[in-house]
Design a protein around this ligand. Structure first.
Ligand code: ZN
Length: 513
């Protein structure tokens, strides 16, 4: 057994309520093999375990490691040639994206996440061609990359069974395309087909592969309502109960998805999922921009979680999620960077501030807008609850894993910060990545003073640069042409799609209630 004391000027162990962080001043965490044993004054920790190794951060704020609760890829769509369209067009615009080894790709975004204090990621993988063995191999590379760099990952391979390009059957969409485009698109979409049995076999095999791993776990992900059948949802829910793992499902990201649900079910997507019996604290709805008041009440009654992907919602013109209503109803809300944040990277510190600012509705009551402790809770415990690690992470409490970020107070606040601003409010609003001096995951320092302990960042970035220095392959060239050609047809599919229903989001209404 290896005991370790990690001391800091301030330790924020967690959030008591939306106005109250729990802070231990001049405190220390005693951990044993990566699990927190006790938290308290440094002298007390020394008495509990005399003579153990110590790491001291006398000018630092220690926070629970951040959880990026919704993540998909390394290289960003923008980097790979896809501009910020509305979501439905953006799907199609990603067809031309060049391929890269997924081990390198995963490390690329892991560098960015860890450097901004993220210790756990919910990696929702999807959109792959090549059949079962290729997908199992790809998933293994992603999981290997996280274990190698020392990052915690709750991995899922998203189940997509139908409506792969637009919100109708692949065959129906392809039937309206001119030849030879129709044939190319049909072949492309068919190459992504995996039977539901194989999706579940993948879950079972990856679960077995990762048995006993401390950093990687497997969970379930019905990709979105339009992508899955009701039978599969019910079956995945049963499996979720059997295995004790959560599900993460994109839902109501756009007004078009709200309308899709109405056409398919005659009710809202959330009401439909509730009627299927698949809503519970094991279910997280990714985005949830277009929930209405009844949907929010159903989520509250069933304990269903939400993952708020603020940057993504702005970038892909999805709308502004009703976060202030979620909070009033006591929903568990996590935070996700999705493909990338507003700087086209994975900067969780920046995302904290975006969430703080995006929901500041007009008015004077502090209770109506996000608070710093509330947003920190979203980025830590709230996100943790949506992953397969649940209550084992997300706070610096005894019995949880030692995942923490150390922020240099002086770097964050130099040359001055008035103490009338609470410490946590100041650090959350002012700390940039340059102030992240160390990141600890499972008791190990994986990042310190700009260097990763287990992976040579410069070498990996050079490998990525060399890969993209090569010209597009023939297959990539053909796929690029197909992607560009199909775009106007995708846009045509959505012409008039919203005409039948009114869609007024909360953010266009004056009151938050
Ligand atoms: Zn997503």
């Amino acid at each position: 057994m290896t005991d370790l004391i990690t001391a800091a000027r301030w330790i924020v162990t967690g959030i008591q309520d939306r106005h109250t962080p729990i802070i231990v001043e001049d405190g220390a965490v005693l951990s044993r093999d990566g699990e927190i044993v006790a938290v308290g004054p440094l002298d007390e920790m020394r008495r509990l375990s005399p003579g153990v190794a110590e790491r001291n951060y006398p000018g630092h704020v220690m926070l629970p490691g951040f959880v990026n609760a919704h993540h998909h890829v390394g290289m960003t769509p923008l980097q790979l040639g896809s501009p910020d369209h509305a979501l439905e067009l953006w799907f199609a615009s990603r067809i031309p994206a060049r391929k890269i080894d997924l081990y390198l790709d995963t490390l690329y975004s892991a560098f960015e996440m860890i450097a901004s204090g993220v210790t756990t990621v919910a990696h929702i993988h999807g959109w792959m061609s090549g059949g079962y063995d290729a997908i199992h191999g790809a998933a293994t590379k992603v999981l290997d990359a996280y274990r190698t760099i020392g990052m915690r990952a709750s991995y899922s391979y998203a189940v997509r069974e139908q409506n792969r390009l637009v919100y109708e059957a692949d065959e129906d969409f392809c039937a309206r395309l001119p030849q030879p485009l129709a044939g190319h698109v049909a072949t492309y979409l068919k190459s992504q087909i995996l039977s539901f049995e194989d999706y579940m076999r993948l879950f079972d095999e990856l679960t077995a592969d990762n048995h006993g791993q401390r950093l990687t776990r497997i969970q379930l992900a019905p990709a979105n309502l339009h992508w899955v059948t009701d039978d599969s949802l019910v079956e995945m829910n049963a499996r979720s109960i059997r295995h004790g793992v959560p599900m993460h499902m994109h839902l109501l990201e756009t007004a078009y998805q709200k309308e899709y649900a109405r056409r398919r079910t005659g009710k809202t997507a959330v009401r439909h999922l509730h009627d299927l019996g698949v809503l519970s604290p094991r279910m997280t709805l990714g985005h949830g921009v277009w929930l209405n008041q009844e949907d929010i009440e159903i989520a509250a009654d069933t304990g269903t979680c939400i993952c708020h992907n603020c940057s993504s919602n702005f970038r892909l013109r999805s709308g502004v999620a009703p976060l202030n209503r979620f909070e009033k109803h006591g929903l568990n809300v996590g935070m996700g960077l999705d493909e990338a944040g507003i700087n086209d990277d994975r900067d969780m510190l920046q995302e904290l501030r975006l969430v703080l600012r995006a929901h500041r509705v007009p008015g004077m009551d502090d209770a109506d807008v996000p608070s710093c402790p509330q947003v920190l809770r979203m980025a830590t415990e709230g996100g943790a609850n949506t992953t397969a690690f649940g209550r084992e992470i997300g706070r610096l409490d005894p019995g949880r894993r030692m995942d923490a970020v150390l922020i240099n107070w002086k770097t964050a606040t130099y040359p001055f910060q008035d103490p009338d601003i609470p410490m946590l409010d100041a650090v959350m609003q002012r700390a940039k990545q340059s102030a992240v001096d160390a990141v600890i995951i499972d008791g190990s320092v994986v990042y310190e003073n700009g260097r990763f302990a287990n992976v040579d960042r410069d070498a990996v970035l050079a490998e990525i640069a060399a890969h993209y220095d090569e010209p597009r392959s023939e297959e990539e060239e053909a796929r690029r042409r197909m992607g560009l050609e199909v775009m106007p047809h995708v846009k045509a599919f959505y012409d008039g799609y919203l005409a039948e229903a009114t869609h007024t989001p909360f953010y266009l209404q004056s009151s938050t209630r």
